[in-house]
Write a protein that binds this ligand. Structure first.
Ligand code: HEC
Length: 321
């Protein structure tokens, strides 16, 4: 009988060991929604409380006196300390509304322990801002026959050019999941879909020539080109994208020469350039032309200097009360 119990507990141990190994915390599915729901309103692009931004990996892991997150070490991570303080503590985060649940803080604990993996290029709060913007725009024109045919052609290769939000005619097309199966030819139908506001070509097999297919999408607000083989030679195709707000060129071989093509994009608000060939000189040249543009280059970010001064914002909050 005793032996039987031993065998059983052995099985149970093995089973629990196996399930632990199988439950790697998925940042995008499990951590991102917590941070977006509870933290980004005060630690994002719009508001920066406590001089801490949690909307990109670079900001979150930036060197600071009390690091927000130390990968693998929750007890050294100020973020974890703040979310696990007793309810009502002066320092607890979020400092308004309900504290995180035990399930949520445990997920964050597990995520930190597992190395706090934050996939490159994931920007928090971006989707919601984009949806809100789309919903506030005038209605998109009714799709023409040619547009509907192009949308069907995209569907046929596994790309859905779907509406950005409910009851909105503006569309987004995501090629990202198809990876290098996407070539310049796959992009040809894009030319006929003027209602596209977001196009994600990150990680795909496109080249400079393929960008000719997006060059006429004047309604485009967001364009992901990170981790593609796009170079300076492709960027002239972006010159007419006058509504572009967000452009991600991270991990491409774009250099200062390519940035020249972006100088006329007066609507551009965010430009991601980490792991490219641009230099300080090229960046400051572009910044001079586009003073409101936030240029994100990586760990030692020029853009950090643009953070909202903490005291001022806290003062404002005081007077709001
Ligand atoms: C309503 C606004 C608000 C929300 C929401 C909020 N914070 Fe904060 N946070 C602040 C303010 C203000 C400070 C600066 C004062 C302080 O340090 O307590 C701060 C400071 C911090 C700090 C310390 C930064 C440092 O090094 O000094 C961390 C870490 C932090 N917050 C994490 C979080 C996390 C994680 C969430 C979401 C679970 C969150 N905050 C949600 C307002 C907020």
């Amino acid at each position: 009988m005793k032996r039987f119990a031993l065998v059983l507990s052995g099985v149970a141990l093995m089973a629990s060991g196996a399930s632990l190994a199988a439950t790697n915390v998925d940042f995008v599915k499990e951590i991102q929604p917590i941070l977006e729901g509870k933290c980004i309103s005060c630690h994002g692009a719009k508001k920066v409380k406590g001089k801490l931004r949690l909307d990109t990996k670079e900001f979150t892991f930036k060197e600071r006196e009390m690091p927000a997150i130390v990968a693998g070490n929750a007890s050294e991570s100020e973020l974890y300390r703040r979310i696990t303080l007793p309810a009502g503590d002066d320092d607890i985060m979020p400092n308004e509304g309900d504290p995180l649940t035990k399930t949520q803080t445990d997920l964050i604990l597990e995520w930190i322990k597992q190395g706090a993996v934050w996939p490159d290029g994931v920007v928090l709060g971006a989707e919601e801002a984009a949806r809100a913007e789309a919903a506030a725009l005038p209605e998109a024109p009714k799709p023409t026959e040619a547009e509907l045919a192009a949308i069907a052609a995209l569907e046929a290769i596994g790309v859905s050019a779907r509406p950005i939000a409910m009851n909105v005619g503006w569309r987004e097309a995501n090629f990202y999941l198809l990876g290098t199966n996407v070539t310049d030819e796959s992009l040809a139908p894009l030319k006929s879909v003027p209602s596209l506001m977001h196009v994600n070509l990150a990680n795909t097999g496109i080249t400079d020539a393929g960008l000719a297919s997006v060059s006429g999408l004047v309604n485009l607000r967001r364009l992901h080109l990170e981790k593609t083989s796009v170079t300076d030679a492709g960027l002239p195709h972006l010159q007419a994208l006058v509504n572009l707000r967000y452009l991600n060129l991270y991990g491409t071989s774009v250099s200062d020469a390519g940035l020249e093509n972006l100088k006329g994009l007066k609507s551009l608000k965010s430009l991601y350039l980490w792991q490219t060939k641009v230099t300080d000189e090229g960046v400051s040249g572009l910044q001079k032309e586009l003073p409101d543009l936030e240029i994100v280059r990586g760990w030692d970010l020029a853009s950090v200097a643009k953070e909202e001064p903490e005291k001022e914002s806290d003062k404002k909050e005081e007077t709001e009360k």
